[in-house]
Design a binder for this molecule. Structure first.
Ligand SMILES: NC(=O)c1ccc[n+]([C@@H]2O[C@H](COP(=O)([O-])OP(=O)(O)OC[C@H]3O[C@@H](n4cnc5c(N)ncnc54)[C@H](O)[C@@H]3O)[C@@H](O)[C@H]2O)c1
Ligand SMILES: [Zn+2]
Length: 390
């Protein structure tokens, strides 16, 4: 192939030869995505980073009603001052917006807008907005770029990173989705001042998860700084968020498209996701479900004699110190153990017959098991105070 730039455009010349034999044709499509995660603490810096990432393109902001009420005007003003001309759509706050119906609604809105193929969606909100916007971006015009500006701790330490985007289905969480990496992430810890203790703690659950599976040093940091984090000390939050980004991106880089489904990052989720499903996506925060899921799964590991002595107790102690649930009585809604087990069977079906558990062995060490029995699960759920029949 030869490409010649001309005044009027490009001249492209090709002479692909006829194939000699009739061996199967091999098609290749490589793609390499790189993006930067910035951690900021002033809104001015956030706008500057976003403007760099958008680079003069059109911007469609997706947010939710609560975030819009708090920061929508400030964001639009900042983007306009940076020379951009944003449009904005906001969704009802909460997990229920991570739905097919909301995605379709956004596609209609985008189709009616002036947005073109190089323009950018800006996900401005928590994990719900990031997951929904990323998925909408992945399909619109076969893939628009999107930038994440996560506004909850959960999204900053987890949801806005990694390119897994999806909406929920009544039968299972994140059932309809894709991999679509963001163009960049700007995590502004200043925006966390308004999130409230319950959401802060839920975010912390995903940080603790990363410490257990992959980083004794991060565990020590969280244990040592838990009080500072909970009172939102800026330096502690900054470290918490940037270290989480470094850990998550390092783990994902090894297998960004999940060719291997045995992923330590799922710790707490084998039980946590079905908990969210059976409680109707809403009353139980994702981070709370993950905290409880970690307690159940660590208990299975301890009962198998896999976990290092004291690991379960240490994990439960840290979760409780952060006021995260480790027992059914701590959950904001009653949980029907049989319904959880049925929802897990649905997941087993989706995963072609196997239900994987990430069992913690020690800090930074996990074992991924396919052979956890329903009996072991029932025992662990019961010990955590969940009522199961028989
Ligand atoms: N894609 C991934 O890899 C990944 C990873 C972890 C979690 N998730 C998903 O993330 C979702 C949970 O994210 P979440 O906990 O951020 O929930 P969320 O997006 O619903 O936000 C929680 C609440 O906080 C409000 N809020 C957001 N920012 C605020 C701010 N700065 N001040 C005050 N209020 C604010 C929102 O309006 C909402 O009511 C789940 O759907 C989960 O599945 C995805
Ligand atoms: Zn999660």
């Amino acid at each position: 192939m030869s490409i010649t730039p001309l005044e009027s455009g490009l001249r492209i010349r090709d002479a692909i030869p006829l194939r000699a034999g009739d061996a199967p044709v091999v098609a290749r499509a490589h793609r390499s995505d790189t993006y930067v995660v910035h951690v900021t603490d002033t809104f001015a810096e956030t706008i500057a980073r976003v403007a760099e990432l958008v680079d003069g393109a059109g911007v469609a902001v997706v947010t939710d009603t609560s975030v819009e009420a708090l920061y929508g005007a400030m964001l639009l003003r900042g983007l306009r001052e940076a020379g951009l001309d944003p449009v904005l759509r906001s969704l009802p706050a909460g997990e229920a917006s991570k739905s097919l119906a909301r995605a379709v609604d956004l596609w209609h809105w985008l189709a009616d807008s002036d947005l073109a193929r190089r323009d950018v969606l800006l996900a401005f909100g928590g994990g719900v907005v990031a997951d929904l916007t990323g998925w909408v971006a992945s399909a619109f015009m076969r893939g628009l770029p999107y930038v994440n500006v996560p506004t909850t701790l959960l999204a900053q330490v987890d949801g806005a990173l990694g390119g897994k985007v999806a909406v929920n289905h009544p039968r299972a969480k994140n059932l309809i989705g894709a991999f679509h990496q963001p163009r960049g992430v700007v995590s502004d810890i200043g925006l966390l001042r308004s999130i409230g203790g319950r959401h802060l703690r839920a975010g912390l659950a995903e940080a603790i998860k990363k410490a257990v599976i992959a980083s004794p040093a991060y565990w020590d940091f969280i244990e040592g700084q838990a009080d500072a984090i909970l009172r939102q000390d800026a330096a502690a939050l900054r470290r918490l968020v940037s270290s989480a980004a470094a850990i998550k991106t390092a783990l994902i880089e090894r297998d960004p498209y999940e060719d291997d489904l045995r992923r330590p990052l799922n710790f707490g989720h084998t039980v946590g996701h079905p908990l969210e499903t059976v409680t109707g996506y809403g009353p139980l925060l994702h981070g709370e479900a993950v905290a409880f899921g970690m307690a159940v799964e660590a208990r299975i590991a301890a009962r198998r004699g896999l976990a290092a002595p004291g690991l379960l107790q240490r994990l439960e102690r840290l979760l409780r110190r952060c006021d995260l649930p480790t027992r059914a009585a701590d959950l904001p809604v009653p949980v029907d153990g049989e319904a959880v087990i049925r929802a897990m069977e649905k997941v087993r079906h989706i995963r072609a017959g196997s239900l994987r558990y990430v069992l913690p062995v020690d800090l930074g060490e996990t074992l991924i098991a396919d052979d956890v029995t329903e009996e072991e699960l029932r025992t662990a759920l019961t010990e955590c105070g969940v009522r199961v029949a028989g």
